[in-house]
Design a protein around this ligand. Structure first.
Ligand code: FES
Ligand code: FE2
Length: 326
């Protein structure tokens, strides 16, 4: 799926797992950004992510590799890799070759997810994902989550943020007010409206949805229930996107009662996503779309999103004060 505007893979933090998918001492193969990776959690409970292929004879560390202390041991000839991906031990060798190392990826674990930083140009992280202070407290439920593998390019998913006019048609939602703004690596949508629920009923809501970089969207919603919605997408390869969404509700009154709302809530969200997915998987991307005055600021969003595909962070920084909607 070639594109002139968004070539290759974006720079930024991307979710590669929910925290509870990788226990202490566990190894998990990953495939993202067209590469094979391996994640493992050491005895210190810290998650590390390395390139998967052993520099020796090329075994995949994610299939049969094992955690020893805070290092990972290759299943083929037991070379061990630790801090910085450096080889620390080779059985029966007197000398460890200088080049014996694998790439270690920048990793953070927060808000119940594991994120890695991808920079195709090799740079260090230039921003951080903020902690959601309420997450993990007694007043909020744990994430209820879903995951989809979608045949699309992530620009389609991101473009939703500014696409005001798809809400009534795709999501059965009336929009009363809609604002979009960007600030460096962040883009915000602030919306008020009414959602017509599947099971009947109307939910008056207000929300602020913020992208922190190109692939990590947090939505704080006030409505019938208060919630955070995390929508994270990570490219597997140029054709496929791994989309995770997770919702946490604020416990109001009885915990059991709030838990009872979750299934219905997730089901509503699931329908919303699946309606988007059906569009994304079959549409074409128009580099020069034909827009009208009822559309949201799609051009503004694209200019913001392009920064994550440029060689230098911030290289496309002229969009912030733009008032153009096309
Ligand atoms: S291939 Fe990994 S130790 Fe030989
Ligand atoms: Fe949508």
């Amino acid at each position: 799926m070639m594109t002139r505007q968004f070539p290759g893979y974006a720079r930024g933090w991307f979710v590669v797992a929910f925290s509870n998918e990788i226990a202490d001492g566990e190894v998990k193969p990953l495939k993202y950004f067209g590469k094979e990776l391996v994640a493992f959690r050491g005895n210190d409970s810290v998650i590390r992510v390395f390139d998967a292929f052993c520099p020796h004879l090329g075994a995949h560390l994610g299939y049969g590799g094992k955690v020893v202390g805070n290092e990972i041991e290759c299943p083929f000839h037991a070379w061990r890799f630790g801090e910085g991906g450096v080889c620390t031990q080779i059985p029966n060798a007197r000398r460890i070759p200088e080049k014996a190392r694998v790439k270690e990826w920048p990793v953070r674990e927060l808000n119940g997810v594991v994120v890695v930083y991808n920079d195709p140009f090799g740079g260090e992280p230039v921003f951080e994902i903020p902690v959601i202070p309420e997450y993990g407290t007694d007043e909020w439920l744990p994430w209820a989550s879903m995951r989809y593998l979608i045949k699309t390019h992530p620009r389609e998913i991101v473009e939703n943020l500014a696409d005001r006019s798809h809400f009534p048609t795709v999501h059965k939602t009336d929009i009363d007010s809609f604002a979009f703004d960007v600030d460096g690596h962040m883009a915000n949508q602030r919306t008020k409206g009414r959602a017509y629920l599947q099971g009947g009923g109307i939910d008056e809501f207000s929300l602020v949805a913020t992208y922190h970089g190109p692939g990590y969207l947090v939505t704080r919603m006030n409505g019938a229930l208060q919630n955070y919605l995390l929508t994270a997408h990570t490219q597997v390869d140029e054709e496929t996107v791994d989309l995770r969404f997770a919702v946490t509700l604020r416990i109001v009154g009885d915990r059991k009662k709030t838990e009872g709302f979750v299934a219905q809530y997730v089901s509503n969200l699931k329908h919303g996503f699946e309606d988007d997915i059906k569009i994304w998987e079959h549409k074409v991307f128009r580099d020069q779309p034909l827009l009208c005055d009822g559309d949201g600021p799609i051009g503004h969003l694209r200019r913001w999103y392009r920064q994550f595909y440029s060689a230098a962070p911030g290289a496309v920084a002229h969009s912030e004060n733009s008032h153009l909607s096309g």
